[in-house]
Ligand binder design. Sequence first.
Ligand code: 2AM
Ligand code: CA
Ligand code: CA
Ligand code: CA
Length: 263
Amino acid sequence: MTNWKELDQKAKQWVEEAGELIRNSFDSALSIQYKSNPNDLVTNMDKEVEQYLISKIQETYPDHKILGEEGYGDKVESLDGVVWIIDPIDGTMNFVHQQRNFAISVGVYGDGVGYIGLIYDVVHKELYHAFRGEGAYMNELPLPKRDEVKIEQAILSVSPMWVTENKRFDHQLITPIVKRVRGTRSYGSAALECAYVAAGRLDAYMTMRLAPWDFAAGLVLLEEVGANASTLSGEKLDLLNKNSFFIGEQSLHQYILKEFLVK
Ligand code: 2AM
Ligand code: CA
Ligand code: CA
Ligand code: CA
């Protein structure tokens, strides 16, 4: 039997320690490498933070599985048992260029059910956290359930990239949504964008392609505030593969799917 409460305390402690590692690194030179293309960055800190978290988890919970972006975890092929889904730095481009607007994201699942979501905005020392059934918080502050939002009053987070012609999605489906909402934003960290939808700073967020570590923690927070999450075609998200991604306050999410996305 998993002691989820104890696990939650430890996970929070390790995430905060990892955040300290990152804050202390700002004075040292970063080593930056490219992954799939010159805009796909990874630094020594992405790797160090992932290794730090994995070493703590493995020491304490040797039978848990770990899925991490930088590949130091396990090859996870099913959600059976306890699975940690980790993005050591979500928003690496922001980390490199801005030293802000990035987060550590840790989601912990038991047999496919999200129990714990932690999104740590390292620079602002803001920990967005949720425990299944016990609500979502930003540090000590409870995040209330989201109230209904009309599209005309909504702030939508979407990357300008997806509103131009691209190979993944018909951008002409997105243009009319951008025209209807009150405003758009783009933060460049999917995990923070999930936290912001949970916290009411954003009303919806859509993007063409995310990996499980980008949203595993976010889904736990969103569930606790009653927000919806799906693919752009309204299907259930798959925590073992890449997905298109659309989250929002429940009524807004349903409205946008029906009016604009699922024809
Ligand atoms: P990262 O910084 O951890 O790589 C940027 O808009 C957001 O998309 C970030 O959350 C970023 O995570 C993520 N991202 C960047 N490249 C990606 C890719 N090739 N596939 C999926 N998500 C990606
Ligand atoms: Ca990356
Ligand atoms: Ca990421
Ligand atoms: Ca990352």
